[in-house]
Design a protein around this ligand. Structure first.
Ligand code: ADP
Ligand code: ASP
Ligand code: MG
Length: 888
């Protein structure tokens, strides 16, 4: 039995009541206990001034009894912006302006030193540190001004200064609580790639360094105070993780040190249903899934950096978001599955800095790979596609990208589609005056309903919704409104969230008495009181075994036949990389990455044991399935690429399969979605082999013994009317694979196929009974009528049987245009078995069957198939032929 636990922040006494511990007592008394490890990240506002930093020190002090703590600190609020401004001024050749900004930053820090630190010697030491850092920065600014050039490397150097300035202050502030803090620059810890302004960590090296540098401090009872936001390449060049990146730093360190939890301390009560600055009625979400939180961040919720949860997802480390200024509140717990038993939560975000790009070209709209090409072009310029959708009414593709990338996006698309655009007028427009609103939630149905209601209401209120679409992760729906309507759209959409019964958990109210530690599960039965980590989220146990998974695919297909909601089967072919994986962690890493694109309702299993992992996404939008396919592929490969080694990544092959397949698509012969049929074939291997032997022997015998008849009919056809002897037609065989179907020609050459086409359309939809009209078909020649009546026209099909396209017994093979009219369940008749010359419905004696009845008989034939049944049908066939009619 496990016991949900909650954060332990004791704040019963006020700051003034606390006496600093005597210096003699250090290192403090907690160091020997086996306390769980908590990474505490404090954001810009949390370290905004001296009084805020004092709160931070108090929070740390209150936690230290229960936890080992590593602190990750941001720059004081506003400082990073000011530094970037200084860099820009320098680039513009205005070193004086830059110097002025640096001076203001110095004042801000000096003031905090005066208030926070009492010991004169300590004050001087930190003052000197700050002075030397700012002098260093002044040199970079002067250099930039001289060259009129701001390289990404220098930009990172300058913008990273805020964290380097703040950590000495935070570490020193701990002194008043008898704690020892050690400021550490994360260039020593976080090893990254060289992507300036958006670097990603190299986890193995980072883990080594964190262990080497931080673990000994923790053992000594010292609290490391680490700079957020910053890393360095292996060669020691400083990098930054992107704006707001300290959240990411915290989880990187958390992962490296195998922390028990990470707490993001900020200036709001947790993750809210919307940005409280924009939606005053927003409420705190008690628990949210990694994926929901990541999507929120990706779509603009500033409370978390979008990559924050990536490092922790593999180990399922919980991440809390809590309010530095109201530490008594429980905050939000971000967990692998979130509030799963309550059907997920809903939250709303807006991105005002975005552009809507309309690609108005039929060729691109209709191209099968149009979306894929756009996504690849965007990937090359490292641009996030926030939304992409096809507008059927405008026959255009609409995509939303971050505003600052508009120019680069247009340029990249122009290059990609140079051929399609050539000679035509400008076919792309960009509208930067928009806002992208996104509703996120694991319960996609609830999300869709909310958006649908909101769109209706917006329409009534004359707000023009410019585009809408489901996101790639299948847990969000976005829509675009003119920027001036953002506020209204937010209010209306949030108003659709209902009473928020999902949110009514005790933790949503002010927290009173802490009971146990946050984020840990205590194994009560073991009785030893030792805390156990939450079960590994990405545990391979969550993957269904191949047999179950394959039968689930069949079940989902049936469900789709009824509901018409497509299912998407994503397959990750990992080849033999799992068996070659020495760390034994590759599978968990892959599953963690997948978890970012899957919901709890999606089904993950082995498609082929230890070689192909499958994920079935249900409930994907009917209209959007093509778009989702492309974007999902993009997202999955992006997440995989950042979580596993390049070597492993290159071994993995991702493919997407949608059921029902479009007959227009070339999915012919693709059996991926029918693994259950493979199973059945396996089970009936012997009988099927016998069927094939029977087919070959009987057809060969028929061809040999009926050779004179073949010749006679051939001559009659040839002599009676102009045209070829054989009539060849493309028909659909098993698994939708087309093949050439042969008959003796019974119609005049070059007749109009529309007559039959229209007839079949009506027959399938149930308008007419089969056979009721075709008898008087004017296209049939007199000899044709005879050979049709006697079924002699069917004789050449023995060749198709010999070739393996057909069997003696099976459903009649349809034409491609018939298949397009098929309802989803009708398709099974051609998918599940080989088509045949004769079949159950031909020998039932009921020649005038409705199409549905005919399909039911075909399916009955499939279900009850046995060799003996086939033999019975073959034996009955001559009688059916003698009886005549148009059964064939
Ligand atoms: P920090 O400096 O602590 O990193 P940030 O300013 O980066 O804090 O992020 C916190 C801010 O995020 C909040 O003040 C809030 O206005 C904004 N925000 C946007 N969306 C949300 C949301 N869904 N929940 C909570 N806060 C949000
Ligand atoms: N100081 C950095 C920024 O303002 C990083 C952070 O605060 O997370 O972007
Ligand atoms: Mg932030």
């Amino acid at each position: 039995m496990t016991n949900e636990q909650v954060p332990a922040i004791r704040h019963s006494r006020t700051f003034s009541e606390r006496a600093p511990a005597p210096r003699m007592s250090r290192p403090h008394a907690h160091r020997d206990s086996h306390r769980p490890l908590c990474i505490m990240k404090f954001g810009g506002t949390s370290v905004g001034d001296a009084s805020c930093i004092r709160r931070v020190a108090e929070i740390i002090h209150n936690s230290i009894r229960d936890f080992e703590v590593v602190v990750v600190a941001s720059a004081m609020s506003g400082v990073t912006n000011k530094l970037i401004d200084a860099a820009v001024q320098a680039e513009l050749g205005k070193p004086e302006q830059a110097a002025e900004i640096l001076e203001a930053i110095r004042d801000q820090h000096e003031h905090a030193i005066d208030v926070l630190i009492y010991a004169k010697g300590e004050q001087d030491r930190i003052r000197w540190k700050i002075h030397s850092l700012l002098s260093e920065c002044a040199v970079w600014c002067e250099e930039t001004a001289r060259k009129h050039e701001l390289t990404p490397r220098t930009r990172d150097l300058i913008s990273s200064l805020g964290e380097r300035l703040s950590v000495p202050l935070v570490a020193a502030a701990l002194d008043r609580y008898g704690l020892i803090g050690e400021p550490i620059e994360s260039t020593e810890l976080v090893v990254t790639d060289s992507c300036h302004g958006g670097a990603d960590p190299k986890m193995e090296l980072t883990t080594e360094r964190c262990e080497y540098r931080l673990r000994p401090l923790l053992r000594k009872g010292v609290i490391p105070v680490v700079t957020g936001f910053i890393g360095a390449t292996e060669g020691g060049v400083l990098t930054t993780l992107g704006r707001g990146g300290s959240d990411y730093s915290a989880t990187i360190v958390g992962k490296a040190l195998k922390a028990d939890e990470v707490v993001i301390w900020t200036d709001v009560d947790g993750v809210l249903t919307a940005d409280p600055r924009l939606v005053p009625g927003a409420t705190t979400i008690p628990e949210i899934s990694y994926r929901e939180a990541s999507e929120l961040a990706y779509f603009g919720a500033k409370v978390l950096h979008p990559k924050t949860l990536r490092p922790v997802m593999e180990d399922g480390i919980p991440v809390w978001v809590r309010n530095t200024f109201v530490p008594g509140k429980r905050g939000t717990k971000i967990t692998p599955v979130g509030n799963a038993n309550r059907g997920g939560v809903k939250a709303l975000t807006a991105i005002g800095e975005a552009a809507l790009i309309t690609i108005d070209a039929i060729a691109i709209f209709e191209a099968k790979d149009g979306i894929a090409r756009i996504l690849t072009a965007m990937k090359l310029i490292r641009t996030d596609v926030l939304m992409i959708t096809k507008s059927s009414s405008r026959r255009a593709i609409l995509l939303v990208v971050p505003a600052q990338t508009t120019k680069a996006t247009l340029e990249a698309l122009r290059q990609e589609f140079a051929h399609e655009f050539s000679g035509a007028a400008e076919r792309m427009t960009a509208d930067g005056n928009i806002s992208l609103l996104t509703v996120v939630g694991e319960n996609l149905r609830a999300v869709k309903d909310t958006v649908a209601n909101a769109l209706e209401q917006l329409n009534r209120d004359d707000v023009n919704v410019l585009a809408s679409g489901q996101g790639a992760s299948a847990c969000n729906v976005s829509f675009v409104v003119p920027k001036q309507d953002q506020q209204k759209a937010l209010a209306i959409t949030h108003g659709e969230f209902g009473s928020g019964e999902d949110l009514d958990l005790p933790g949503n109210r002010a927290w009173d008495a802490p009971r146990t530690r946050p984020g840990l599960h205590v194994d009560v039965d073991s009785g030893n009181g030792r805390a156990h980590r939450a079960p590994n989220f990405a545990s391979a146990a969550k993957v269904l075994d191949a047999e179950t998974f394959r039968s689930m695919i069949a079940q989902e297909r049936r469900r789709t036949e009824r509901s018409r909601n497509p299912v998407l089967l994503m397959l990750l072919d990992v080849g033999d990389s799992l068996s070659r994986d020495k760390t034994g962690k590759l599978l968990d890493k892959i599953l963690s990455a997948l978890s970012f694109s899957t919901r709890d309702t999606d089904i993950t299993g082995w498609y082929r044991d230890q070689a192909v992992i499958g994920v079935m996404f249900t409930e994907i939008g009917i209209d959007d399935s093509g778009v989702i396919l492309g974007t999902m592929m993009h997202r999955v490969s992006e997440t995989l690429r950042s979580s596993i080694s390049l070597d492993n990544f290159s071994q993995i092959n991702v493919s997407m399969n949608v059921f029902p397949e479009s007959w227009k698509q070339d999915t012919s012969g693709n059996r991926t979605l029918y693994p259950d049929l493979e199973n059945r074939e396996q089970a009936q291997r012997r009988a099927l082999a016998m069927k094939r032997i029977l087919d070959v022997v009987a057809s060969a015998a028929a061809v040999v013994f009926l050779a004179p008849l073949f010749l006679l009919v051939a001559m009659l056809v040839r002599l009676s009317s102009k045209g070829p002897i054989l009539f060849k037609q493309e028909r659909i065989g098993q698994f939708g694979r087309p093949f050439t179907f042969l008959k003796f020609r019974s119609m005049y050459a070059n007749n109009d196929p529309k007559i039959h086409q229209e007839f079949m359309r009506r027959a399938i939809s149930g308008d007419v009974k089969k056979g009721s009209k075709m008898e008087n078909d004017p296209r049939i020649t007199p000899i044709g009528r005879f050979i049709r009546k006697t079924s002699l026209d069917e004789l050449p099909q023995f060749f198709s049987v010999l070739k393996g396209d057909m069997s003696l017994v099976g459903p009649r093979p349809p034409l491609a245009y018939e298949c397009q009219e098929y309802d989803i369940w009708h398709r099974r008749r051609v998918l599940e078995v080989k088509p045949g010359i004769t079949g159950l419905w031909q020998v039932t004696g009921r020649s005038r069957l409705r199409f549905d009845e005919m399909v039911r008989l075909d399916l009955q034939y499939v279900r009850t198939w046995s060799l003996w049944n086939d033999i019975k049908i073959v034996l009955k066939t001559p009688f059916a032929v003698v009886r005549g009619g148009d059964a064939f």
